[in-house]
Design a protein around this ligand. Structure first.
Ligand SMILES: Nc1ncnc2c1ncn2[C@@H]1O[C@H](COP(=O)(O)OP(=O)(O)OP(=O)(O)O)[C@@H](O)[C@H]1O
Ligand SMILES: [Mg+2]
Length: 236
């Protein structure tokens, strides 16, 4: 079976020469739920951005559904790999939530009516229906985070990629977001420092340490291994 996403020895240096990823290799299958862990600066956000073509590897390749990510394929890739940024404000910029959410489907050629129907359905599912005509800057931080998720879910990606989704949420919003993600059928890749958020949500973990993949295996096995957690810089 073709992997949904395949990272083939992905290496990345930022334009200023900073090394961020070093021959990172893994695959994600349809429907898998994967936590991406690692200390600050390990390369998690860089890796997530390489998966939907925002960054192109300096060496190695990313394949989505067996297709290499390049200038010709990147538009199709972004429909399959939906990236929710760490900062929701990077994803919300139109005068109303409904327009923000409808933007992707309209761009992909949906009619106004169809885009609106799908957007309303997603906003409803995330508990944001009543806020559909408000601008993102009139929402709370937690609502903005759900709204950013809505702009990605509406395009029905095969892989949902989330960068630090729980950071600024209170306990109740965090649980709400977790419950919403637990019910999704898409594959999930969640970069986080919040181990409690991914415990039980994800079954597999990837750990990056200084740009290298240091672990690819069961999340509960990793969490139960105190010595390994310390070695990877995952505990205080
Ligand atoms: N635009 C940039 N230019 C140069 N170096 C960068 C840039 N963005 C990130 N880096 C560097 O690349 C490395 C990986 O950064 P990245 O943001 O991917 O880490 P991270 O694992 O997401 O960290 P965090 O947990 O703090 O979010 C770090 O050394 C970082 O300083
Ligand atoms: Mg990051």
């Amino acid at each position: 079976m073709t992997a949904l996403v395949q990272a083939r020895d992905v290496t990345y240096h930022y334009p200023d020469g900073t090394p961020a990823l070093d021959t990172v290799a893994f695959t994600v299958a349809a429907g898998e739920r994967v936590a991406l862990l690692g200390p600050t600066g390990a390369g998690k956000s860089t890796l997530l951005q390489s998966l939907n073509g925002l960054l192109r590897p300096s060496a190695g390749a990313v394949l989505v559904g067996g297709v290499a990510v390049n200038d010709e394929t990147v538009t199709a890739v972004r429909r399959r790999v939906g990236l929710v940024f760490q900062n929701p404000d990077d994803q919300l910029f139109l005068p109303s939530l409904l327009e923000d959410v409808a933007f992707g489907p309209l761009n992909a050629g949906a009619s106004r009516a169809e885009a609106a129907t799908r957007s309303h359905a997603v906003l409803e599912a995330l508990g944001l229906a009543a806020a559909h005509d408000r601008a993102a800057h009139h929402l709370s931080g937690g609502e903005r985070r759900l709204a950013a998720l809505a702009t990605v879910l509406v395009s029905q990606p095969d892989l949902l990629v989330l960068d630090e989704p729980s950071g600024d949420l209170d306990a109740r919003s965090r649980r709400r977001l977790r419950d919403i993600l637990a019910e999704r059928r898409e594959a999930l890749l969640v970069a986080t420092h919040d181990l409690e958020f991914v415990r039980g949500l994800c079954s597999r973990a990837l750990v990056l340490v200084a740009g290298k993949l240091a672990w690819d295996g069961a999340l509960d096995v990793l969490l139960a291994d105190r010595a390994m957690m310390e070695r990877f810089g995952l505990v205080a």
